[in-house]
Design a protein around this ligand. Structure first.
Ligand SMILES: [Zn+2]
Length: 248
């Protein structure tokens, strides 16, 4: 996949990086990413991926924008309240980079449709806000052999992890959908700048994974503490009885 003169100009600061170069930029252009959730995480992931020139991005979200989203979702405006986030986010990003194919899907992803909605992508990024969605997305990724980048932020805490086959997200959280550490922002609150930090970190990890920069981060959990302002990293062990990946 070649780059036009305009694209060579647009991505000049990327192409100047020895770790990226023209080869890396063409990898980004060839990549197809599915983003689950156009909330706080998605609002940070999208501008980074669109700016970086990821070729195709599907945005899956069935929510509408609300005034209470605006402190952490800068792609939306006050006048957007009540409008579908997937469409709003795609429209906002289409104005930034016409070389990115954006496909908004105003759908809730679940166990019934996850396989078909995610198929055909190279990477799935999950920035959704509930365990039912995350487990449905993870199980579909394991079954299809798709890498999954999971990112979440609540209160002052953030977590980002890349999964390839095994261990999977289900190994990490177990089967309990109503876990005690349920991280629903509407109930627990979340700092806007925290979601931006965690979403930007997830976008960086995604770009590195697509281009092949650094070591493979699969199975590593990156945790951010927004009060101590520190990241730490721990390895996620595979669950020997995981019902998604143990027999895969
Ligand atoms: Zn597993």
């Amino acid at each position: 996949m070649s780059l036009s003169d305009h694209e060579l100009d647009r991505y000049a600061r990327h192409i100047a990086l020895p770790q990226v170069g023209g080869i890396g930029q063409r990898k980004l252009k060839s990549a197809s990413v599915a983003l689950v959730g156009a909330g706080g995480i998605g609002n940070a992931v999208l501008p980074a991926l669109v700016g970086a020139g990821v070729g195709r991005i599907t945005i899956i979200d069935n929510d509408v924008a609300e005034i209470a989203n605006l402190h952490r979702q800068p792609l939306f405006r006050e006048a957007d309240a009540g409008q579908p986030k997937a469409v709003l986010a795609a429209d906002a990003m289409a104005r930034v980079n016409r070389f990115v194919q954006l496909r908004p899907l105003r759908q809730r992803i679940d166990t019934g449709n996850a396989a078909s909605l995610l198929s055909g992508h190279d990477l799935v990024i999950d920035g959704s806000d509930n365990f039912a969605t995350r487990l449905a997305v993870s199980d579909a990724c394991v079954a299809a052999g798709l890498p999954l980048l999971s990112a979440a932020a609540v209160q002052f805490q953030g977590q980002v992890a890349l999964f390839r086959a095994r261990p999977c997200y289900r190994c990490f959280v177990g089967d309990a959908i109503d876990a005690d550490d349920c991280d629903n922002c509407s109930e627990l609150g979340v700092l806007g700048a925290l979601t931006a930090t965690v979403g930007s970190f997830a976008a960086l990890l995604a770009i590195n994974a697509i281009v092949g920069v650094g070591s493979d981060q699969a199975g590593q959990l990156h945790l951010f503490d927004g009060e101590r302002l520190a990241w730490r990293r721990i390895r996620i062990p595979p669950d020997p009885s995981c019902k998604a990946c143990a027999s895969a």
